[in-house]
Design a protein around this ligand. Structure first.
Ligand SMILES: C[S@@+](CC[C@H](N)C(=O)[O-])C[C@H]1O[C@@H](n2cnc3c(N)ncnc32)[C@H](O)[C@@H]1O
Length: 358
């Protein structure tokens, strides 16, 4: 029996364990959690391509597009130096690496990148990926517990919010059920109405229908407050998969498990050995950001964001000079970020402003 299975067995003695608690243990148990495993285990898990990949595994174009977007923000803020970019949930640091590599001129001189992620294996990879920038002082690894002086710049994240423990709820036509692990496996059980069910009921367009439901992330307000409090002025930008609250409810969204490039709903299996994720409720995230003092929260598909902000004409010109294989790789990277069935429509980008009009 693994450490996590032992803990679950113990907890089951007190009754069913809500799915959000299982997810919290599976991802963040200090020794056995998927995102807390020691450096030596790194060959076994997600980032190495065993379970899943993120936009950063596809090539440098997301980082290059963000460099252009953030340079505009730097200009709008009157070119502060330093211009700090904090990335919570930064994983291997590849987005920071691509961003630092793509930044140019005075903007590059002002840019300071802060990698924030207590995931030990990912942080070790980040130390490697960011090595030249750590040495020059343009990048720093900061612990999640460190309280930052409020800065001018940006908070950037890719697939952070989908990795927060979330509790799935479902409307059965008469009452709200929550998903839990019982002695015989997963089950939907009647739950006390509360903040989550009030939110879902208010968000269901045209009233609730049987099967409506979505994951509820209890840690979201705290993380949003923590992040928003560090940004004196600038842009909050997050990339993730998810939908508006109404669309998530409509599709009856549930937790997902990624293992060996397969995706299924078996969140209770292979605890600590598989990635668990929950769709992000962009309606709620936007409102929480505005509640924390940010303004103009809007979100759009990654495909539309790329078309709005990536320097497509410049890229096209530059790519002509590349040899065929390199040029094709760039084109493939662009297609993956923009095609609807790849990342283009499944991912959304949310932007909100601190201390500055949208
Ligand atoms: C799905 S991974 C994404 C990693 C990276 N952004 C990428 O795209 O490859 C989620 C990461 O978020 C981290 N994480 C979760 N909660 C966090 C928090 N409150 N602050 C910082 N990092 C967090 C986890 O440790 C994990 O490495």
């Amino acid at each position: 029996m693994t450490v996590l299975e032992g803990i679950i067995q113990d907890r089951l003695k007190g009754g069913p364990v809500p799915a959000a608690e299982v997810m919290a243990l599976a991802l963040y148990h200090p020794e056995a959690g998927y995102y807390r495993r020691p450096v030596g285990d790194v060959g076994l898990w997600g980032f190495q391509g065993a379970d899943y990949y993120t936009a950063l595994d596809l090539g440098p174009l997301l980082g290059e597009a963000l460099a252009v977007r953030l340079e505009q923000v730097w200009q709008q803020l009157d070119r502060p130096d330093p211009f700090v970019v904090l990335e919570p949930g930064a994983g291997r640091g590849w987005l920071g690496r691509d961003l630092l590599q793509a930044a140019q001129g005075d903007f590059a001189q002002a840019l300071r990148y802060l990698h924030r992620d207590d995931n030990p294996a990912a942080a070790a990879m980040a130390a490697e990926a960011l090595a030249p920038h750590l040495a020059s002082g343009r990048a720093e690894l900061v612990a999640e517990s460190r309280i930052l002086e409020p800065f001018k710049g940006a908070i950037l994240s890719n697939e952070l919010f989908d990795a927060l423990p979330a509790q799935p709820w479902r409307w059965d036509g008469e009452q709200w059920l929550y998903e839990a692990l019982g002695p015989d496996g997963p089950a939907w059980l009647p739950g006390e109405p509360g903040e989550a069910t009030a939110w879902f009921t208010a968000q269901a367009e045209g009233g609730l229908e049987t099967g409506d439901g979505a994951p509820w992330c209890p840690g979201l307000p705290g993380l949003v407050r923590n992040l928003a409090g560090s940004l004196k002025a600038g842009l909050f930008l997050t990339i993730d998969y998810g939908e508006t609250a109404a669309r998530l409810l409509d599709k009856g969204a549930d937790l997902r498990r990624y293992k060996g490039h397969e995706v299924d709903g078996k969140w209770w299996e292979d605890l600590g050995q598989a990635d668990l994720t929950a769709d992000v409720d962009f309606t709620r995230l936007g409102l929480l950001l505005e509640g924390a003092g940010l303004t103009g929260a809007t979100h759009l598909s990654l495909s539309r964001w790329i078309r709005a902000h990536a320097p497509l004409a410049r890229w096209e010109g530059e790519w002509q000079a590349l040899e065929t294989v390199a040029r094709l790789k760039r084109m493939e990277n662009l297609l993956q970020l923009t095609l609807p069935t790849m990342m283009g429509e499944r991912f959304r980008v949310l932007e909100a402003w601190a201390g500055y009009g949208a």
